[in-house]
Design a protein around this ligand. Structure first.
Ligand SMILES: *[C@@H]1O[C@H](CO)[C@@H](O)[C@H](O)[C@H]1NC(C)=O
Ligand SMILES: *[C@@H]1O[C@H](CO)[C@@H](O)[C@H](O)[C@H]1NC(C)=O
Ligand SMILES: *[C@@H]1O[C@H](CO)[C@@H](O)[C@H](O)[C@H]1NC(C)=O
Ligand SMILES: *[C@@H]1O[C@H](CO)[C@@H](O)[C@H](O)[C@H]1NC(C)=O
Ligand SMILES: *[C@@H]1O[C@H](CO)[C@@H](O)[C@H](O)[C@H]1NC(C)=O
Ligand SMILES: *[C@@H]1O[C@H](CO)[C@@H](O)[C@H](O)[C@H]1NC(C)=O
Length: 790
């Protein structure tokens, strides 16, 4: 709160003259600083506010050392000017760390540089310094570590003194010789390049800390074995492009115990001569004239990891050539004259990862035993490959066979690790359907520049799920659009496996030079639409069929239900009619009987007594009879009892007897009984015409007639059983199933079961009756009869 009020007060305070003065002073101060910064030397750019504080005056055609350089400068760049000398004024620049004077016309440095205590890098490249004496003031620079003297007409390094210099670039000078004193006064020197000097001889030169020495592009001729003994710390030696250099003879070779990296490419070596260099890890012997590699020539180079022997004239490799190179990782044998390689040539190089055999004259590739991951055998004359050629390379990932003469790629090539297969520019005419089958890891195939004409079935890649690049350009495709379609969609469906534009037709001539897509656009699209139409049509037809079928099913079911209901109604009506007829009859009979017998306790007439003979329709629908005629007899004997007794009792009794008997009845029994039944029926009919007519009551007569009818029907059924045309029920009956069926019979009245049909006439007709009776009110029973009569 308080500070805020103060601020507000200040805002409205009236300015005093003193305030004005101080404000003016501030502005002046700022202005003077700006003025100070603007004292950047003419034609220079000053970046004094950044680190390192830099003044750039390069390429300005400056002829004299600029005046008034700010003494806070840390990096001063005066290269590419026309300076001929540096004034002592430079001693003002106490903070100077980097001084670039390259490409001027300096012939010397000031005698006194003692104030430049911070100077670390001095670049005097491409000046006109002829003698080290002219730059001897370098010795006064206590911090100098990097000194560039390249492209000066220096002929010697002797006399160059610097206690701190670590890196000296004296390349492209005119140094012809390194003597025993050349580097004497550079005790801290670790890096020296003498590249591009006309250096011929190195004579007992000594430099205890030198690690890195470049003498490439010189004129070195012969290096004695002890040449580098004066450089005990030497690790990397570059001697490339010394066209006549030889360091190894039959008897002796260059020796150094610490040297790790040697580059002697483009020299005149006729043998590797590395056996004096046991610490070597990397050797470039490219483009020499090594024609022969003796057995075990590298046996002493157990540390060697990278060996470049490309561009020599090597004609042969022996099984033991690379023995002992247990750490070899990269072996470049490209551009030699190798014709044959022994399969076991590289079997000892257990760390080998890259093997370059390109640009040789191999006409076949053996099944090399090797741990390589990359095998480059491009640009050879290989015309045939063994299908096992990857069998002994368990880690192979990439095989490059471009620019060979393969006309056929082996089928069944097997490798579980191969990812990249380069078959560019061969003479392949076709790809077999199982070529890539056993290369499950394949990611990339390059088949461009071959002679493929026919569409490839994408099926051949069915076992290469990770395949995402297939190059097929520059093949003389014959554009049979229908055949090409599968392949095209396989290749170009996103993510695309190939570049659409790279697929060009060669045949037929009217589409030569067009892309597949352009040439086949019409056909593919037409067939696509056609397919689409056909698919839609098919779908529509199927739908319609389903609808029609469903509709007809529903309507048929409905019709059947209606029919069934109509039949049921007709039956009910029929039964009702019959019932009423019977009632009338019974009523008459009762009236007659009442005159003879006392009959009072029965309140209702038993439904059984009401049943008259079934009509024809009723009989047809009644259950068929398959009972024994013995039972028929029983029935006839007990009819009188049945008439009087309860129907339930009777049914119970019959079932009990029949269950025990029928369970053991066979079909033969049935036939036999059927015959017997026929006979008895005949007999009965005969006798019935005689006496029984009068004795039997009406109901019993009816039931007899019923029985007879049923028996006739049953005989027809048994006939059908005999001929095998009818329904045969030979399935054994379990008690439960029978019970079920009985229940069904009782409640439904439509059962056609043969076994229970002896009970059925009673049960079924009774059930109908009962149903009908139940519908009528008990009290209205007789009235309805009366009504019917009236
Ligand atoms: C350098 O500074 C001096 C005095 O400070 C002045 O006389 C001279 O003109 C300046 N030179 C340049 C090139 O600015
Ligand atoms: C350098 O070699 C010369 C002869 O070439 C010899 O006189 C001189 O003593 C040698 N100097 C050293 C330090 O070895
Ligand atoms: C190659 O090895 C065989 C035996 O392994 C030997 O007889 C032959 O001289 C060797 N050839 C070369 C060039 O080393
Ligand atoms: C093999 O050598 C050739 C030529 O020397 C080079 O072009 C190619 O890239 C090399 N292959 C590998 C895999 O390094
Ligand atoms: C591959 O092609 C050959 C003949 O070219 C045929 O007999 C074989 O059934 C084909 N196999 C598959 C998997 O298509
Ligand atoms: C090229 O000619 C063939 C018949 O020779 C024909 O079927 C095809 O449609 C033609 N293609 C084009 C793009 O005209």
């Amino acid at each position: 709160m308080r500070s805020r009020t103060i601020a507000e007060n200040m805002k409205y305070r009236i300015m005093t003259p003193r305030d004005l003065l101080s404000l003016l002073a501030t502005y002046l101060g700022i202005f003077s600083i700006a003025l100070c910064q603007s004292t950047c030397p003419i034609r220079c750019l000053c970046y004094l506010s950044q680190l390192p504080r830099t003044i750039m005056c390069s390429k300005q055609g400056l002829e004299v050392f600029p005046e008034n350089i700010s003494d806070v400068v840390q990096e001063l760049n005066l290269s590419n000017n026309l300076l001929t000398n540096i004034t002592d004024d430079i001693n003002r620049l106490l903070d100077l760390r980097i001084l670039k004077l390259a490409r001027n016309k300096l012939t010397s440095l000031p005698e006194d540089l003692s104030s430049l205590k911070s100077l670390r890098t001095l670049d005097l490249t491409a000046n006109n310094i002829k003698h080290i004496v002219d730059i001897r003031s370098i010795v006064q620079l206590p911090s100098l570590t990097v000194l560039y003297l390249s492209k000066n007409p220096l002929s010697k390094l002797e006399g160059l003194m610097s206690a701190s210099t670590r890196a000296l670039d004296a390349s492209h000078c005119e140094i012809r010789e390194l003597t025993n004193t050349s580097l004497d006064d550079l005790p801290e020197l670790t890096m020296l390049t003498l590249m591009g000097n006309p250096l011929k001889d190195i004579n007992k030169t000594w430099s205890p800390k030198l690690q890195w020495l470049d003498m490439s592009d010189c004129l070195l001729n012969y290096l004695r074995p002890d040449t580098f003994n004066g450089f005990p710390a030497l690790e990397e030696l570059r001697l490339s492009n010394n066209p006549t250099l030889v360091y190894s003879t039959r008897n002796s070779t260059l020796t150094h115990s610490k040297l790790k990296t040697l580059d002697v490419s483009r020299c005149n070596l006729d043998r590797p001569g590395l056996h004096g260099l046991p610490s070597l890890t990397q050797a470039r012997l490219s483009r020499n004239i090594i024609h022969m590699l003796p057995d075990r020539i590298f046996a002493k180079n157990r540390e060697l990891g990278f060996l470049y022997l490309n561009g020599n004239g090597i004609e042969k490799l022996n099984m033991s050539t690379f023995e002992g190179l247990v750490k070899l990782q990269v072996l470049d044998l490209s551009a030699n004259y190798l014709e044959v390689i022994h399969p076991l040539t590289f079997h000892e190089n257990v760390e080998l990862k890259v093997l370059n055999l390109s640009y040789n004259v191999l006409y076949e590739l053996p099944s090399l035993t090797s741990t390589v991951t990359t095998l480059d055998a491009s640009s050879n004359l290989i015309s045939d490959l063994d299908e096992n050629f990857l069998a002994n390379m368990p880690k192979i990932r990439s095989v490059i066979l471009s620019n060979n003469q393969l006309q056929r790629f082996p089928s069944k090539l097997k490798s579980t690790s191969l990812k990249n297969l380069d078959l560019r520019r061969n003479r392949l005419v076709e790809v077999c359907n199982d070529t890539f089958l056993q290369l499950p890891q394949l990611l990339k195939i390059d088949l461009s520049g071959n002679r493929l004409t026919e569409a490839i079935n994408p099926e051949i890649f069915r076992n290469n799920p990770d395949l995402n690049i297939i190059k097929l350009e520059d093949n003389p495709w014959r554009c049979d659009c229908i055949d090409l379609y599968l392949m095209y969609s396989f290749l170009t469906e996103p993510p695309a496996k190939t570049v659409d534009q790279s697929l060009l037709c060669q045949n037929p001539s009217n589409v030569s030079g067009y892309t597949w897509h352009t040439a086949c656009f019409d056909i593919w699209n037409k067939s696509l639409y056609y397919n689409k139409d056909r698919t839609w049509g098919f779908v529509m037809i199927v739908l319609l069929t389903i609808v029609v079928l469903f509709g007809s099913f529903i309507s048929i079911r409905h019709m059947m239900r209606i029919k069934r209901r109509a039949i049921e109604q007709r039956q009910q009506l029929e039964t009702l009619r019959l019932l009423r007829q019977r009632r009338n009859q019974v009523a008459q009979q009762q009236q007659q009987q009442q005159e003879h017998i006392e009959h009072a306790p029965e309140p209702r007439i038993h439904p059984l007594e009401l049943i008259g003979p079934p009509s024809y329709e009723e009989a047809i629908q009644m259950p068929r009879l398959a009972q024994s005629l013995d039972n028929l007899d029983e029935i006839s004997e007990t009819t009188s009892v049945r008439v009087m007794g309860s129907a339930d009792n009777i049914r119970y009794k019959y079932r009990r007897t029949r269950r025990t008997k029928k369970r053991i009845q066979s079909e033969d029994d049935l036939f036999r009984r059927e015959e017997r039944r026929h006979e008895r029926l005949r007999r009965e009919r005969n006798s019935s015409t005689g006496n029984s007519e009068i004795i039997l009551p009406q109901s019993q007569r009816n039931s007899r007639a019923n029985m007879a009818r049923r028996a006739r029907r049953n005989s027809a059924i048994s006939d059908s059983i005999e001929t095998g045309s009818g329904r045969v029920r030979v399935k054994p009956q379990t008690p439960s199933s029978r019970k079920r069926r009985q229940r069904y019979t009782v409640y439904d009245g439509h059962s056609t079961d043969d076994e229970d049909s002896d009970v059925q006439p009673v049960g079924s007709s009774r059930s109908i009756v009962i149903r009908e009776l139940r519908r009528e009110p008990k009290s209205a029973y007789r009235e309805s009869v009366v009504e019917q009569d009236s």
